[in-house]
Design a protein around this ligand. Structure first.
Ligand SMILES: [Fe+2]
Length: 185
């Protein structure tokens, strides 16, 4: 389950309470089951996946993509797989660590591991949301946010795109005040 950390140190784990805190940002957060397919489950437990294995996982979960295609015009999806053995992991992550926005929504479905999204709310307050397996998140275009991995440094997430051009980070220079002790990279 997702965890939301507020600046005063409060941690929320109740999805309804978290949704209420994120409401000013119009962030969508939903629980999407991965299902019971044993082959998918086995692949999700591995660190590295071949392109064929990634495609196998994506196809097993494509009913969600098809729904996004129908309702919101999404056009492509891929699977991002990060783990400690990736040689340039820190370089990859450094792009998303400072506060930034995107011209398109950032839409992710976490299927293994976890990561932390930080957000600047309209009143200037900052929160950090730890997203975990079976959680779908839509961060609207223009939302000031940042992202890093937790101590395990592992995540598998499906990324859904309307177009890939709008997904480059635009850095805002906002200082990040929230720094949980467990944060790595
Ligand atoms: Fe981002």
């Amino acid at each position: 389950m997702a965890i939301l950390q507020l600046e005063n140190g409060t941690q929320l784990t109740d999805l309804i309470e978290i949704t209420a805190e994120l409401a000013p940002l119009n962030i969508k957060l939903s629980r999407w089951p991965v299902g019971e397919n044993p082959e998918t489950r086995a692949l999700l437990a591995k660190d590295a996946l071949s392109d064929a294995e990634k495609e196998q996982v994506l196809q097993d979960l494509d009913s969600y993509f098809e729904e996004l295609q129908r309702t919101d015009g999404y056009q492509s999806r891929d699977l991002i797989v990060l783990h400690p053995e990736i040689p340039n992991l820190d370089t990859l992550l450094s792009k998303f660590k400072p506060c930034h926005t995107h011209a398109d929504d950032e839409v992710r479905y976490i299927i293994a591991g976890e990561g932390v999204f930080g957000f600047v709310r309209p009143d200037g307050s900052q929160v950090e949301l730890t997203v975990q397996p079976e959680e779908y998140i839509n961060v609207p275009a223009g939302t000031e946010h940042w992202f890093y991995l937790t101590e395990g440094r592992r995540i598998k997430a499906v990324r859904y795109f309307i177009g890939k051009e709008g997904w480059t980070p635009e850095y805002t220079g906002t200082e990040i005040r929230l720094r949980p002790l467990a944060a790595v990279s």
